[in-house]
Design a protein around this ligand. Structure first.
Ligand SMILES: C[S@@+](CC[C@H](N)C(=O)[O-])C[C@H]1O[C@@H](n2cnc3c(N)ncnc32)[C@H](O)[C@@H]1O
Length: 326
């Protein structure tokens, strides 16, 4: 499939580094858990893999059909949540894969379309639902109490003035447009027009993460990947937010036999009861200066990767709870 042209519009963050982590051999079967505009999928097909790509956004799946045609039988697009990718693949008779990549978060397509309601820079309905179903951002913001809103802004957006913003949101209800919400946040944080960083950035990110249950999805996706990867299979995760990276880091440390809480000052109390399912993870990778200059979104990206051992998957139990609560 190396004849597939490289499409610069779809050049995803840390593309070459992700390909190196997946180490694709021809005819291997790999999963792109977050298809989006298909940037990684294109690269994986070009490297010779058979690809199963998943997205919860029906628009991404519909718009990916052209690539399915182009790939001549080597790409399957699956509509659904990667938190249940083991079930989605099981329904298709697949229970083992050679590699899987997650590119966590929102796509450029979702951000760029006013009607999807993800962007504070465009006025649109206050929606933010990747799957286009369930409770919208407007539904939640208009019904949640002030403390609940403040907690989301604080934990998922690192918004230090979360209580002030939550109070302003509650006072301005009902809200129905992204433009209205952005104006309420800017006013609450006394944003001088023209200041470099828009103060709505953190709150919009937090509300999106909450509406889409993104951190729970990530935890479920990592568990599912552990079940699907064959011994020697490769896991790669690109994340953009400290809470996401903490979940990935904690998962990999724990499943590779390390204890995330242990340190020189606080040694682990007991050796892990279960055999390591991943070899010691590779060091985290960050984009180089050139990529950051070319693509502002890359600035907050972190890639973590690891190789699956032959040990049985750890099933059940919420092992990453601590990462969520700090
Ligand atoms: C950052 S974009 C991926 C971009 C992609 N790597 C590319 O090259 O175009 C993330 C995509 O993952 C999808 N997504 C986010 N969470 C998901 C989940 N839990 N299950 C399935 N898809 C998800 C979003 O709808 C979005 O299309």
């Amino acid at each position: 499939m190396s004849e597939l042209p490289r499409d610069s519009r779809h050049d995803p963050v840390l593309r070459d580094e992700v390909l190196a982590a997946l180490a694709i051999a021809p005819d291997e079967r790999h999963v792109d858990a977050t298809f989006g505009a298909g940037g990684y999928t294109r690269a994986m097909l070009a490297a010779g893999a058979e690809v199963i790509a998943c997205d919860r956004d029906p628009d991404a799946i519909a718009e990916g059909q052209a690539l399915v045609e182009e790939a001549g039988g080597r790409l399957t697009l699956v509509h659904g949540r990667f938190g249940e990718i083991d079930r989605l693949l099981g329904e298709r008779g697949i229970d083992a894969i050679d590699g899987i990549v997650f590119d966590i978060g929102v796509s450029s397509m979702q951000l760029d379309r006013d009607a999807r309601g993800f962007s504070f820079q465009k006025d649109g309905p206050l929606d933010m639902r990747m799957a286009q179903e369930g409770e919208s951002a407007a539904d939640w913001l208009n019904r949640a109490d002030e403390d609940e809103i403040a907690d989301v802004l604080y934990h998922y957006g690192d918004e230090r003035q979360s209580r002030r913003v939550a109070r302003a949101i509650v006072a301005a209800r009902p809200l129905s447009r992204t433009g209205e919400l952005a104006a309420v946040i800017r006013k609450a944080l006394r944003h001088p027009p023209g200041a470099p960083k828009d103060p709505a950035t953190k709150s919009f990110q937090a509300i999106r993460i909450h509406i889409n249950g993104e951190l729970d999805e990530l935890k479920a996706g990592l568990d599912a990947a552990e079940k699907l990867l064959r011994p020697g299979g490769r896991l790669a995760v690109v994340s953009f937010h400290s809470a996401e990276d903490r979940i990935v880091k904690t998962f990999l440390r724990e499943r590779s036999g390390g204890d995330a809480r242990a340190s020189r000052h606080r040694p682990a109390l007991a050796p892990p009861a279960r055999a390591a399912t991943f070899d010691t993870p590779a060091r985290k990778v960050r984009p180089g200066k050139a990529e950051e200059a070319r693509n502002p979104r890359a600035r907050s990206a972190t890639l973590r990767s690891a190789v699956r051992t032959a040990a049985p998957a750890w099933t059940g139990g919420d092992t990453t709870k601590e990462a969520m609560s700090c």
